[in-house]
Design a protein around this ligand. Sequence first.
Ligand code: C2E
Ligand code: MG
Ligand code: MG
Length: 446
Amino acid sequence: MRTSIGSEYDRQGADLAFTDSLTGLGNERRFFGKIERLIEDRADDPAPFAIGIIDLDGFKPINDLFGRGAGDQILLQVAMRLRAAMDGQSTVARVGPDEFAFLFPMVFSEDAAEEKARMLIEVLSAPYDLGERTARLSASVGCSLFYSGDETTELLVDKAETALYHAKQSGRGRVVVYSHEMEEAAKRVTQIEQALRRAVSHGEVEPYFQPIVDIRTRKTIGFEALARWTDRDLGFVPPGVFIPIAEERGIIGPLSQLVLRKATEAARSWPKGLFLSFNLSPSQLVDQNTGLHILAILDRMGFDPRRLEIEITETGLMTDPASAEKIVKDLRSVGIRVSLDDFGTGQSSLGRLREFNFDKLKIDRTFVSSILDDKPSEHIIRAILAMCEGLGMEVVAEGIEEERQAERLMQFGCGGGQGYLFGRPADASSTLDYLRAAGDLPLVPA
Ligand code: C2E
Ligand code: MG
Ligand code: MG
């Protein structure tokens, strides 16, 4: 008897080990097991099948806002809807706090998988009943297809996760089916990440400096530091490629500190009246240590904070405005100036200009490059200039390549300019040559 009771318990225990206690759906273990079995079944059968991972967009804020009870209610309704949407052969499971997964044994093509996933997103987008109120959610789905060969369960799930990542990156409520190009892109990113980690720890990322001039007198008033990296294996990697990877993979802090340290070191040899402008990434404005790191470097390098400008973009202000505001306030309190970079490309919210005190605004290159042949660009630039004058902000127009663009900007009353017309980014020693040639530094170093 004892043994039979024991085995009954064992069976229940085993069931529980494969079941999600809240929704009653299978859990991750059961899901993996089902895929494994299907792969075995398909050993002699070339028919593909599809799996997908569903991630509820914005579940966490709802959970925080309405409380856990409401969160559980929603998860139960999600589970019910998904179960109802499955046919006899398909499986749905809960594989994470706000992640579900499905297995479609009879879906043979990427198009069919995409269509099925779209249908599930549709089903999940209807309002959720929370008693007194309702809530809405959207969902992102990443799918992958099994093709007979040496695919394993882990690989198949990894691919669906990669596809899900791409889906979430491209916005809410999207379906992405895994493709080979995605794998290649992911490998390339990992390769760059590893090389970059090594380069940062060996101090191999360098600041280049691009002059910023007074458009009227053409005198240099400062330089923007721009990170440059040439890897021994990968060759030159543009900042437009490695900066986003550094942000995403958590290397931006150390990278930024390295570049700032080298940049302030170089800028100490410049005439005292010239400022150094330095870019901060959006993720750095979420991290309260950023300000401390900057101040520590200035202190160590003996660089006057009043000669430093920090460039931030609107994207950087949007992720966590309160955190960004605190960092900006701390930096400004020691005399560091703050400019709004790439103005005109993001949200360009005027409210933001009121909430934050910027010292300077940089008009994005896209407007400058079309100023000569595009009336709307001209009007926009003039409006920005008028606004900056009213708000007491300085202005720099970025990406000036032609004399005629500089002249037009000067006519409109733009004070500062930056672009290939005045100088391309150059390393520290060429920058000193540039300053000497302009008569801003003695010919022989002191
Ligand atoms: P940004 O801050 O808007 O920098 C201006 C970009 O425009 C630079 O590209 C510069 O080389 C380019 N540029 C300047 N004048 C001209 C011109 O006349 N014509 C054209 N076509 N381009 C011009 P770069 O150096 O490739 O940097 C791209 C972006 O990478 C920067 O945009 C900045 O957002 C980011 N970045 C660069 N260095 C750093 C860094 O140290 N930290 C962070 N967080 N971001 C950086
Ligand atoms: Mg910039
Ligand atoms: Mg810019």
